[in-house]
Design a protein around this ligand. Structure first.
Ligand code: SAM
Length: 219
């Protein structure tokens, strides 16, 4: 993602009520933050947050967390969520979506074993250089972190338009001890994916005719 620093973005994010500050203090206590014991799903690298805004409205019986490391991007996600919520009647606004402005490398500082039900990786940065492979969010390094925070039946869902990253992930994820239970090389052409929720990147790339790939991994 091309990044432009927005002056004041850190302060804006810091005071937003949508953002959980010092998330390490909620390790093992996220149910208390949400005020219920519903499953908690996590998107890592959520960007401007379109996917989670829609999913959290569709699935009110679950809680959602969006992790994004850059404050400039997080600021846009917050502004879009606020704009959307302002247009809704008060009774339709739901409190099941919170954001974390943090790096995924710290996941195990924030979540207790089994505390997350599902992880979404959408259009993750490809890090094309081989020397940067362990920065890819589907690398064995990150899969080990997901193993530590996911519930036993938990799943990792990964979507991308980047065929090289997808092919690499299809090999790397099983090598890290996970099973691929679903694999699609043309998600939008798959009738079983009727309920797919699009991300900002997904809309951009699919409108240019690029095929979207998706896999689901379990342990
Ligand atoms: C290519 S964008 C995709 C955004 C969004 N998921 C979508 O599909 O439209 C990837 C996002 O992941 C974030 N990101 C990459 N690595 C991350 C990490 N280690 N921790 C948190 N966020 C990360 C980037 O800052 C960027 O906003």
């Amino acid at each position: 993602m091309r990044l432009r620093h927005i002056p004041g973005c850190e302060a804006f994010v810091e005071k937003s009520l949508h953002v959980v500050r010092e998330p390490e203090q909620y390790k093992g206590k996220w149910a208390a933050l949400f005020g219920n014991h519903r499953p908690i799903d996590l998107e890592i690298g959520m960007g401007k947050g379109r996917f989670l805004r829609e999913l959290s409205m569709r699935r009110r019986e679950r809680n959602f967390l969006g992790l994004e490391r850059y404050a400039s991007v997080m600021m846009k996600a917050i502004q879009r969520l606020e704009r959307e919520q302002e247009m809704l009647p008060a009774e339709e606004r739901c409190g099941n979506l919170k954001f974390l402005c943090e790096d995924a490398g710290r996941l195990t500082e924030f979540f207790e074993r089994g505390e997350i039900s599902e992880i979404y990786l959408n259009f993750s940065d490809p890090w094309p250089k081989a020397s940067h492979a362990n920065r890819r969010l589907t690398s064995p390094r990150f899969m080990r972190l997901y193993d530590q925070i996911l519930a036993p039946e938990g799943r990792v869902e990964f979507k991308t338009d980047n065929r090289a990253l997808f092919d690499w992930s299809v090999e790397a994820i099983p090598q890290a001890g996970w099973k691929l239970v679903s694999l699609s090389y043309d998600l939008h052409g798959d009738p079983a994916a009727m309920d797919n929720v699009m991300t900002e990147y997904e809309e951009k790339f699919s409108s240019r005719g690029q095929k979207i790939c998706k896999l689901i991994a379990v342990r």
